[in-house]
Design a protein around this ligand. Sequence first.
Ligand code: ATP
Ligand code: MG
Ligand code: MG
Ligand code: MG
Length: 371
Amino acid sequence: RKLRIGVIFGGKSGEHEVSLQSARSVMDALDPLHYTTIPIGISKDGRWHVGKGAWKALEAKQPAALPSKSAESTPSSAKRFINSQIQGLSPVEAKRSPDWLPPALVNEVDVVFPVLHGTFGEDGTIQGLLEMAGVPYVGAGVLASALGMDKVAMKQLFSAVGIPQARWVGFTRASWSQDEGRIVREIEEQLGYPCFVKPANLGSSVGISKARNQRELIEAVRLALSYDRRVIVEEAIDAREIEIGVLGNDAPIASVAGEIVPKHEFYDYEAKYKDGGAELRIPADLSPEERKAVESYAIRAFQAIDCAGLARVDFFLERGTGRVLVNEINTMPGFTRFSMYPKLWEASGLAYDKLLDRLIELALERHAERS
Ligand code: ATP
Ligand code: MG
Ligand code: MG
Ligand code: MG
């Protein structure tokens, strides 16, 4: 029997559109001789669409405030609904009822591939749901996902295990509104200008700005706070940007390293997703020492958060000093055929479809070890 893979995409996230692109590539590449693919779309307002019509439903962009009668569905009617969707017998309707979804997922899929980036997808929330449902899934578990997504928690942990990084200051929306002046002074004293301001939990550079002075800093913090209740500000590092892929569970391995050369002032959303916004150099031109440092810090970062499956670790290679600093770990990196993570593995000898096979295998192994 073929393995049934539930591919989850979209999601309540600033990276919803990015997820659609990643998931499209994954679904196109899953070999129909070995897998049955079940599309599971989550709209921006959190509605679930299962089965053949899921893509259309998300593309059609349902109005945000449609009251959902189906929220009162009983588990058995929900189960019938899922079955009918999977067999493509009826049109897809909006559904939002996490209390019935897990049992249905358990019965209809063998492995879930949550191709979700950012909040409610890369941050441990969907992973928790899948754990409760007892379904094997690709990628990091609850703890690693949450730690990888929250830049403040991530940096605290990285410090604790001796991973070198840029200096940073983190604070909440509440403390900012209580004492903006004190926080600005702290940033100016500890980091100076320019600095980078980021929502603590996001990705794809959404909500990130470079601030060159106090006015820009305050503006940048307001923007970041509109995305998240917690914000992190970092000293700006003048650096080459290096990324590396990690793959595995308890014995993770590293890919070749790649370099990003953004055409913009930094690697912002446009540079990431518009053609020609950035150049990817694979493999990156590194000395053996630099290569070794990047590889070992990547594995250390992966193990520090207790990651599983995959991660892309982003680095700064500082100009002048040559310092190797970890910027962050991404537990569900961009996954189109042209994204850095799959390209790094391709350059390491693992083609896109083989990478998917391996990730599914790792999901099953991790599940078996935990149950
Ligand atoms: P991803 O899409 O990789 O998840 P993200 O939204 O988590 O991205 P970061 O990787 O932290 O964001 O930052 C995005 C980009 O901003 C970096 O690739 C880099 O170009 C720039 N940047 C971020 N922090 C700094 C810093 N401290 N110094 C210099 N440049 C930085
Ligand atoms: Mg990130
Ligand atoms: Mg990310
Ligand atoms: Mg990054």
